[in-house]
Design a protein around this ligand. Structure first.
Ligand code: NAI
Length: 210
C-alpha cells in the first residue's frame, strides 16, 4: 500500500479510527459495520466507508470490517507498528508531564532521555528517564538513533534548538513551544498547542445557543 495515495485529511482522521478500533478489540469485537462504527464515532457511515476504502476493499457487504485487520493496517500506515526513539528537550513542567505518561511507549514511542540547561535538573530521573545536559545532545542522538524530539522549552530558545537538533540528525520535531519553526522541508514538524485548542473551545461555548 502506497501511503502517498492517502490524502492528508484521511491521515489526520486515522488516529481516531485507530483509538476506536483498539477499544473494540479490547471489548472482544471482531467485526463491525460502517453503520455501527458511525454511531460510535459520530461520523457519517459514508465518510467511514470512503476513508476506509483507501485501504483496499476489506469492508464487505453484510460482513462489515474486520476490526483487528483494520487496526493493524492503520498502525502500519501511521508507522506505529515500529519503534520510534524520542527525546524531550526541556525537563520542566510540561516535559516532565510527557515523560510521566506511560502510554506513548505502548504506541512504540520510546522516551530515551530528557535534556535541560538547568544544572539542578541534570542527573535526576522522571519515571526512570534521565535528564542530561544539552552538551551531550549530539552524541546521544547518534548513539540512540533518535528520530523525534519533543520541544518543551521557552519559545525564545526553540528555533535555535530545533536547528541544532536537525543538524544532529533529528528528523521530526514535536513542537510545544508557541512559535512557528522554520526548518528544512525534509524535517517534519507537528505543532501541539493546548491554548489554541482551548480558544476553539471558548469560541464554541461562547456561541452556544442559549
Ligand atoms: P518550565 O519553565 O517548567 O520548563 C522549561 C524548561 O526548559 C526549564 O527546565 C528550562 O531550564 C528548560 N530550558 C530552557 N532553555 C532551554 C534550552 N535551550 N535547552 C534545554 N532546556 C531549556 O516551562 P513549562 O511549563 O514546562 O513550558 C515549557 C514550554 O512549553 C513553554 O514554551 C510553554 O509556553 C510551552 N507550553 C506549551 C503548551 C502547549 O500546549 N503547546 C502547554 C504548556 C506549555
Amino acid at each position: 500500500m502506497d501511503n502517498k495515495q492517502i490524502s492528508k485529511a484521511v491521515i489526520k482522521r486515522l488516529p481516531r479510527y485507530y483509538r476506536y478500533l483498539g477499544e473494540l478489540m479490547q471489548d472482544g469485537v471482531e467485526r463491525i459495520s460502517s453503520n455501527e462504527l458511525s454511531e460510535k464515532m459520530k461520523v457519517t457511515a459514508s465518510q467511514i466507508r470512503q476513508d476506509l476504502n483507501n485501504f483496499g476493499g476489506f469492508g464487505q457487504q453484510g460482513y462489515g470490517y474486520n476490526v483487528s485487520f483494520l487496526y493493524n493496517e492503520i498502525a502500519k500506515i501511521l508507522g506505529i507498528d515500529k519503534q520510534h526513539n524520542l527525546i524531550i528537550i526541556g525537563a520542566g513542567n510540561l516535559g516532565q508531564a510527557i515523560a510521566n505518561y506511560t502510554n506513548f511507549e505502548r504506541r512504540g514511542f520510546m522516551i530515551k532521555g530528557m535534556f535541560d540547561v538547568n544544572p539542578r535538573l541534570i542527573g535526576m530521573t522522571v519515571r526512570g528517564i534521565e535528564i542530561y545536559p544539552v552538551e551531550q545532545l549530539e552524541r546521544f542522538i547518534k548513539e540512540n538513533d533518535v528520530q523525534i524530539a519533543a520541544l518543551t522549552i521557552p519559545k525564545e530558545r526553540a528555533e535555535e534548538m530545533a536547528e541544532k537538533l536537525v543538524s544532529y540528525g533529528v528528523k521530526a520535531i514535536w513542537n510545544f513551544a508557541h512559535t512557528d519553526l522554520n526548518l528544512p522541508s525534509d524535517v517534519v514538524v507537528e505543532n501541539v498547542h493546548l491554548s489554541e485548542s482551548l480558544m476553539r473551545l471558548s469560541y464554541k461555548v461562547s456561541n452556544m445557543k442559549k
